[in-house]
Design a protein around this ligand. Sequence first.
Ligand SMILES: Cc1cc2nc3c(=O)[nH]c(=O)nc-3n(C[C@H](O)[C@H](O)[C@H](O)COP(=O)(O)OP(=O)(O)OC[C@H]3O[C@@H](n4cnc5c(N)ncnc54)[C@H](O)[C@@H]3O)c2cc1C
Length: 415
Amino acid sequence: MVLEDHEMPNGWPLGLGNLNMRLRVTESLHPAETEPHPLHTPSSSCSSFSSSNLDTEKSKTHAFPGGVCPSVGVGGHFIGAGYGNLMRKHGLSVDNIIDAQLVDVNGKILNRKSMGEDHFWAIRGGGASFGVILSWKIKLVSVPEVVTFFLVKKLIKQGATTSITDLVYRWQQVADTLPQDIFIRLEMSVEKNESIQFQFFGQYLGQPHTLLSIMNQQFPELGLQQKDCIKSSWIETTLYWDNKPKGTSLGNLLYRMPNQSFSFKVKSDYVITPISKAVLEELWRKMIKMGMGMIMQWNPYGGRMNQISESETPFPHRSGYKFLIQYWYYTQDNSKVELLRKLYDFMAPHVSKLPREAFLNYRDLDIGTNQNGANSSIFGAKYFKGNFERLVRVKTKVDPDNFFRNEQSIPPLPK
Ligand SMILES: Cc1cc2nc3c(=O)[nH]c(=O)nc-3n(C[C@H](O)[C@H](O)[C@H](O)COP(=O)(O)OP(=O)(O)OC[C@H]3O[C@@H](n4cnc5c(N)ncnc54)[C@H](O)[C@@H]3O)c2cc1C
């Protein structure tokens, strides 16, 4: 459906509270243990998975670095190297997978040992080209019993943007260098009356007073105060990331039906050097012209992401990236989608180049599709950089007739 001007989707893009799978922490887990714990979870395209899918009745100190949005399915999320707000501390979902069961092109059920390390490498970020995943074995990570969530909002009108521009410029400098226990997502959404709402959603794996002390030293410009902070268990923060108010019952995570469905177009970019203040000001102007429905999310990298090599998994955007941009435009009007493409063109000089990189899970057919394999290296380099060739080699070995395919799947080498 198309959004009316006054109809911003409540909770989006943070999520719909749409959940249909829970993982139960087994009796053997002990909260005091620091080693990660293996856990099996079934996988299908309709099984939801986010950070909120763990049943924490048994433990408040175990978590999984899944996605932010409870509506995200485990199948697509994992094979596309999904990320969430534990990324700066524990890496991506795929960095915490230790085994999987899949059905290969011959109908055989394989696990890590029987599929071999190349095939296992490819399914952790290489997309939907290598078989149907039946289950994943994941390792849980340790989190403190008490963590802190915060939200700082600033509503800025056209012509009065200097202070927010300074703040966003500063965010670009610090968000990837803060201690890795801190994750601050910046979301900008165009509102009524030519204004943009800037929201700094944050999570700290520790107590509010320690967070405030760090922020006062390293990012005082945000003006974070005690009243902005909510102290809770990690599982409760998953509700706040989904825009649910304090006091919402955890049972709400099991509510699966979306109130409405929406059409939107998504694109992505990676930023390596901070975008200048002049360009930011121009960006705000362009967003305001696009009107309500235009949203950007900036997700900081750094921390653990800097420590994992580009070739460890098919996901290559690791060290040296400041943040990932997600562009969302809620529309099904093609002329409006053109505006988003123009905004993307405007951003070209200010983001990664040669190739201009993109995130596989923010699928964007504009950057190229398979035409008998002819164009695959173009989108392949953007999503996978140097890992694309290895993915093609694995594909040629495990699915030489290209049974598992879509517009942007990995093609096998010609016979
Ligand atoms: C509201 C919203 C919020 C999001 N938030 C995040 C986020 O916080 N972090 C993040 O990383 N991403 C996020 N995403 C992107 C998300 O990770 C991708 O859209 C992902 O592809 C969703 O997976 P799915 O299984 O739900 O989707 P589907 O559309 O069902 O599947 C996507 C692809 O995976 C394939 N696939 C699905 N299941 C399997 C399986 N079992 N075996 C083999 N192939 C399979 C499908 O064939 C398809 O090609 C978000 C998306 C939305 C809409």
